[in-house]
Design a protein around this ligand. Structure first.
Ligand SMILES: NC(=O)N[C@@H](CC(=O)O)C(=O)O
Ligand SMILES: [Zn+2]
Ligand SMILES: [Zn+2]
Length: 462
């Protein structure tokens, strides 16, 4: 069985909108024909063919499918929080066509067997391409390197390694890990948090943490690790990626490292681009996250760093947790927020509307660069003839409301519950078939069947 083709009419292509603040109507209205998993025609006034699904995309912007370099899918081990299926449904609902799944599962993703299992679950579900991240150290214990080579050579083709949730603190292990992954062009994604400086920490350190009586988490705990790792990356010539940058000082360290020619890339989460520590006054654990929400000055510096290119990508750090882990006292609550469904709307609010990014730049931040850093093969570089049909259509004049019945993942720990934000993700197409249809998820059976029959395997052996 082949998937029926799709004709998208009168969309505006994000890559044509290179100017910040430009009206989307300044880009030409464009039609895209999709067949056999790829874009087969791009033009204007294309005629619909028999059996083809026609999408009227007037007023919608088309971006290449979003790629999240930092998602927690929780399977295996924490299926009450999320599964590969539920997490990739949330991804599709947010406009993502590929996600990199963090290694802090149970068992940990530290062997070829576990990463292959996670990839296979993603392939079968079909809502998004799932690329597992491998743990840097066995069981995330920070003591011995994991089977890095075996994971790289496995069918999961792991290229990104991270102990995320924990910092690879031992400098010798970090050095060895960098050296090892550089042999196959891999990257270490570091959760930069000095454990000694953050023992028992609950929120950003400053006057507010003293006032609220919560143990503080100093900016230097993040910045000192980034500085050390940048120097180790320089020494080894390897690639370093810094997870969830959260302070103005971290931006300066990364800026310095880039100027020196060090192979370093950096990510910021949508929540660190909009929320500040003041929310902790509510003692509502929905705002408890690692790294913690920081000050207004930090938010400003992070937005500016996106605008000037010091920060390379936006990654969600989608971190689902069960209700019990959040409906409790602040100190006892888990760190983390879900973020796949809110990422694009928050990016539109903080970057597009504020003039910090054009649509073309947003596409780079949320699709091309994360794909490049993660060495994701087959991801489309542009919406042109011959490209794999991974794309999202977003309505910038619409809005999204996050309420309990609308969140499509398994967990509801979103900081935006009850909020309305601009931008509505309308359609998501992966490998030529719809996963999100006019704001509604396509049923799991249909998506799985389409995935099984797709002509495209996007570079990764099935
Ligand atoms: N971000 C979080 O607050 N939590 C993450 C771990 C992490 O990203 O460090 C999680 O796994 O729950
Ligand atoms: Zn982390
Ligand atoms: Zn994380």
């Amino acid at each position: 069985m082949t998937n029926p083709g799709i004709l998208i009419r009168n969309t505006r292509i994000a890559a044509d909108l290179t100017e910040r603040g430009a009206d989307i109507a300044s880009a030409p209205a464009t039609d895209l024909r999709i067949d056999g998993g790829r874009i087969v025609e791009r033009g204007t006034g294309l005629e619909a063919r028999e059996g083809e699904r026609v999408i009227d995309a007037a007023g919608l912007v088309a971006l290449t499918g979003l790629v999240d370099l930092h998602t927690h899918l929780r399977e295996p081990g924490f299926e009450q929080s999320e599964t590969v299926l539920t997490g990739t449904r949330a991804a599709a609902a947010g406009g993502f066509t590929s996600v990199f799944a963090m290694a802090n599962t149970l068992p940990v993703q530290d062997t070829a067997g576990v990463v292959e299992q996670v990839k296979a679950l993603g392939d079968a579900a079909g809502y998004a391409t799932v690329r597992p991240i491998g743990a840097v150290t066995e069981d995330l214990a920070g003591e011995r390197l994991s089977e890095i080579g075996a994971m790289a050579q496995s069918r999961a083709q792991v290229r990104v390694f991270s102990d995320d949730g924990k910092c690879v603190h031992d400098p010798l292990l970090m050095r060895r890990a960098l050296e090892y992954v550089s042999t196959f062009d891999g990257v270490i994604a570091q959760h930069a948090q000095d454990p000694r400086l953050t023992e028992g920490a609950q929120m950003n350190e400053g006057p507010l943490s003293s006032e609220l009586g919560l143990k503080g988490w100093p900016a230097v705990a993040e910045e000192s690790i980034i500085a050390r790792d940048a120097l180790l990356a320089e020494h080894t010539g390897a690639r370093l990626h810094v997870c969830h940058l959260s302070t103005a000082g971290s931006v300066e360290v990364v800026r310095w490292a880039k100027a020196r020619g060090i192979r370093i890339t950096a990510e910021v989460t949508p929540h660190h681009l909009i929320l500040t520590e003041d929310l902790v006054r509510s003692y509502d654990p929905r705002y408890k996250v690692n790294p913690p929400l920081r000050r207004e000055e930090d938010v400003r510096a992070l937005r500016a760093a996106v605008a000037d290119g010091v920060i390379d990508i936006i990654a969600t750090d989608h971190a689902p947790h069960p209700v019990e882990a959040k409906e409790c006292e602040w100190d006892a609550a888990a760190f983390g927020m879900v973020g796949l469904e809110s990422a694009l709307p928050i990016a539109i609010l903080t970057l597009i509307r504020e003039g910090h990014a054009s649509w073309a730049e947003l596409e780079t931040l949320l699709s091309h660069r994360p794909a490049e850093i993660g060495r994701l093969e087959g991801a489309p570089e542009a919406l042109v003839e011959g490209a794999v049909a991974d794309l999202v259509l977003v309505d910038p004049s619409g809005s999204s409301e996050f309420d309990l019945d609308r969140l499509r993942g398994q967990s509801i720990n979103s900081p935006y519950l009850g909020m309305e934000v601009p931008g509505r993700v309308a359609f998501t197409v992966r490998h030529g078939y719809l996963t999100l249809d006019d704001g509604e998820l396509v049923p799991a059976e249909d998506v799985a069947a389409a995935a099984a029959s797709t002509a495209v395997t996007a570079g990764v052996e099935q």
